[in-house]
Design a protein. Structure first.
Length: 430
């Protein structure tokens, strides 16, 4: 019996026959490597789909080599083994009967006895059979270590036939290389392999996990003392070991420290410093001189829109057309949208083109990595206007970017405070 999992990340729907059940059973799950004619042992649960009816959802499965002549013919003729299609499968099975799979495994050159099979095809079959064996060996190894089918799929797809060697050498690479396999899963596999609890690989992976968890909470970095404390607690290690691991990680550029005792993962460090640099570069370019009467243009826009802007909204418009980088902020209902539309109308009347972007969708602030990519994409001649409410929602990722830019005091800021939108009984400001 071979244990084999789907080794391609595809969701499959198959039909099977099973003793004790009338007719075909619908099976869904990660079964992309299953071939016609194979015998399966499935682990999962029954579910009822509103559209397709009763289905068996597979979590894990075992594939057994078929034992009957008919089963072997279907198995070989499924396309699993390159060089054997339905026609050759029939010829091979008719010649070797129940002994077919043993012959392919142990005496593949005997396939020359079958009509139409030459040495070139035999070599092709040998190679394909060996590849299938290697896949099965990898999956058997992973299964015996408690790796689920879905993770086994990802591991094999990433490392191929090197999977066993890589997992044995450093199971924590799984957390680095494979999306969805985090530190805790890798640590569980490592424990089953008898990996040293105090290993550098484990401590390094644990530190990266803690930094990523902090990033998920909105932090670009961790103060070193905090990082050490949380890692010691989670991994149950000596503080000195964690400290020395951080030092080695700095040397190997897994993390980057700064002069304030902060420890960054590289993407956040380069995004934070890069964002500051890009803002300075944009501000360094002088705003274009407007050979137009801005007051007159604003009055035209007010007349066209049927709106009279208040003093702060007028300030926002004038700041926008005379600055290179600006922040427009204010609470809910204070007129950010109205002011933004006015700014667009004025720029259009001045002959400028405007591009609006909501990189994270409605009502979500930009994180530091997205902000850096945004600023890299615009030229130094571009006028950048950030609009948002720092008190309403945090960033979707690491970094409270809008608040940090405001607090830096390096860019012009207009804060709207007068509430225009508060209908009777509205919960907007509650």
């Amino acid at each position: 019996m071979w244990a084999i999992y789907s080794f391609l990340p595809f969701f499959s729907v198959i039909k099977i026959r099973s003793k004790g059940f009338h007719g075909l059973i619908t099976v869904v799950g990660n079964l992309a490597a299953v071939s016609v004619g194979t015998v399966l042992r499935l682990k999962g649960e029954w579910k009822h789909d509103s559209k397709y009816g009763k289905q068996f959802n597979v979590h894990d499965y075992l594939e057994t080599v078929p034992a009957t002549v008919a089963g072997i013919e279907k198995y070989l003729g499924s396309g699993l083994i390159k060089g054997i299609g339905p026609v050759y499968a029939r010829r091979i099975v008719n010649h070797f009967r129940e002994d077919t799979l043993r012959v392919i495994e142990e005496q593949a050159d005997r396939l020359l006895e079958v009509e139409g099979i030459g040495q070139k095809r035999v070599e092709m079959i040998k190679k394909a059979w060996q590849e299938q064996k290697e896949i099965k060996n990898v999956m058997l190894f992973l299964q015996s270590r408690g790796v689920s089918a879905s993770y086994a799929v990802k591991i094999y797809k990433t490392y191929g036939n090197e999977s066993i060697n890589i997992v044995k050498t450093n199971p924590y690479r799984l957390a680095d290389d494979i999306w969805g396999i985090g530190f805790k899963t890798a640590d569980k596999i490592a424990r089953q392999l008898g990996f040293d609890k105090n290993s550098y690989e484990r401590c390094r992976s644990g530190l990266i996990y803690v930094l990523n968890e902090l990033a998920n909470e909105g932090h670009c970095f961790a103060v070193r003392e905090q990082l050490v404390s949380e890692t010691v607690k989670m991994l149950e290690l000596e503080e000195s070991l964690v400290e020395s691991t951080i030092d080695r990680m700095v040397e190997e550029k897994w993390v980057i420290p700064d002069e304030n005792n902060a420890v960054y993962l590289p993407p956040f460090y380069f995004s934070e410093t890069g964002t500051a640099k890009r803002i300075k570069e944009i501000l360094a370019v002088q705003a274009p001189k407007r050979a137009v009467d801005i007051e007159r243009v604003i009055k035209e826009v007010q007349a066209e829109c049927g709106i009279t802007y208040d003093e702060v909204q007028l300030e926002a418009i004038k700041t926008a057309v005379t600055s290179k980088f600006m922040v427009l902020t204010g609470g809910p209902g204070t007129g950010k949208t109205t002011a933004t539309l006015a700014i667009i109308r004025v720029f259009q009347k001045l002959g400028a083109s405007c591009i609006l972007a909501a990189p994270t969708g409605r009502a979500a602030n930009v994180d530091i990595i997205l902000m850096y990519n945004l600023l890299k994409a615009v030229s130094n001649e571009t006028v950048v206007i950030l609009v948002g409410d720092v008190d309403q929602l945090p960033s979707v990722g690491a970094g409270n970017v809008l608040k940090d830019i405001i607090d830096s005091g390096t860019v012009p800021l207009v804060r709207l405070t007068r509430i225009f939108r508060q209908a009777m009984g509205s919960d907007t400001m509650k």
